[in-house]
Ligand binder design. Sequence first.
Ligand code: ADP
Ligand code: MG
Length: 384
Amino acid sequence: MKKSFIPAPAVLGMLGGGQLGRYFVMAAHELGYQVWVLDPDEDSPAGRIADRHLCADYDDAVALAELAAGCAAVTTEFENVPAETLAILAEQVPVYPSAAAVSVCQDRIAEKTFLKMNGLPHGPFFEINTLADIQAAPAHLFPAILKAARLGYDGKGQAVVDDRAAAEVSWHELGSVRCILEAKLPLDYEISVVLARGQDGKVKAFPSAENRHRNGILDVSVVPAWGSACVTDNACDVAEKLAGCLDYVGTLGVEFFVSRGELVVNEMAPRPHNSGHYTIDACATNQFQQQVRALCGLPLGDSHAHSAAVMVNLLGDLWFDGCKQREPDWCALLAIPGVCLHLYGKQAPRAGRKMGHFTVVGGDAQQVYERAMQARKILGLPDA
Ligand code: ADP
Ligand code: MG
């Protein structure tokens, strides 16, 4: 579909109703657009605030026809929408990012192969389809991480395997599905770059974040990223090149490892990214408004950060004291200067479920970091 400017109050379609979709709805509303959300969950965070919630599966032909007929353009908030769904919609309505770009990002083997073909930095990997492939994998990959090629997130669908015997056991545990075996790299630290690319190919990258994980789930993002400016500048260049190679349109998250001083791409998310949540409170234009702008053919906004920021994820675990459910102490948290609290309106807290986040912003990066750590302590979170 050709480049097109879509004026408000047109209707925009969103595939997925999670918190990323919810912030897209808010950003679209700010610019005067309406949003229809497709999500099978009756009580999805985005569906609750959308102008219309189509409560159906992502491959429901009737719902897709309705979405295509009613929307001026369609985008997505999660990578596991069937690429087929995007392709069907794209026959009738502009869809960004494209089905081709999303299909690369939703399959770890396609993703790593794409990096390799385009000369982008990546770690060693081997495709696993059978037990024989585990025997054939190069010895230098071990100790390794075995990951299901599709549908993994937040550390789910992967296992650390020290040797071939462990890989065989884990492969069965993962359901004997198509997998990728990656060398387990020694990590100095992890960073990410969130950027937006418009239909005209122009790119605006947000400042990179340093990310810390707990139990495979993002815990804290620190901006500006600690680490050498040379590495973070290089990460922005790589992310920009990568977006160009994908002919990407929309907001893209690129996760990197820094291993023994070397930058390697870990994975890409064809959507706004959890590590870009700080942009809501610390940037002139946030990652969700960039997604709206790219989708509607508007110029991208200023992506520089006006504040230092530390973002902390709030998982459902925080709502429990042992087996007893309790409300976290928001009053104490909000008494700390610079704290911006975001809750996603989810009804049931569960262990590991992303319920919200807070971002501490301010002019002094060291003070912002200290306040974020103080805030964690007040809520009863361990040191990051
Ligand atoms: P997810 O889709 O669950 O985010 P990732 O591939 O990003 O999956 O893996 C989650 C985390 O596991 C990473 O952020 C990193 O901390 C660790 N990890 C993943 N792959 C590797 C690897 N090849 N070497 C070292 N650590 C890794
Ligand atoms: Mg990841």
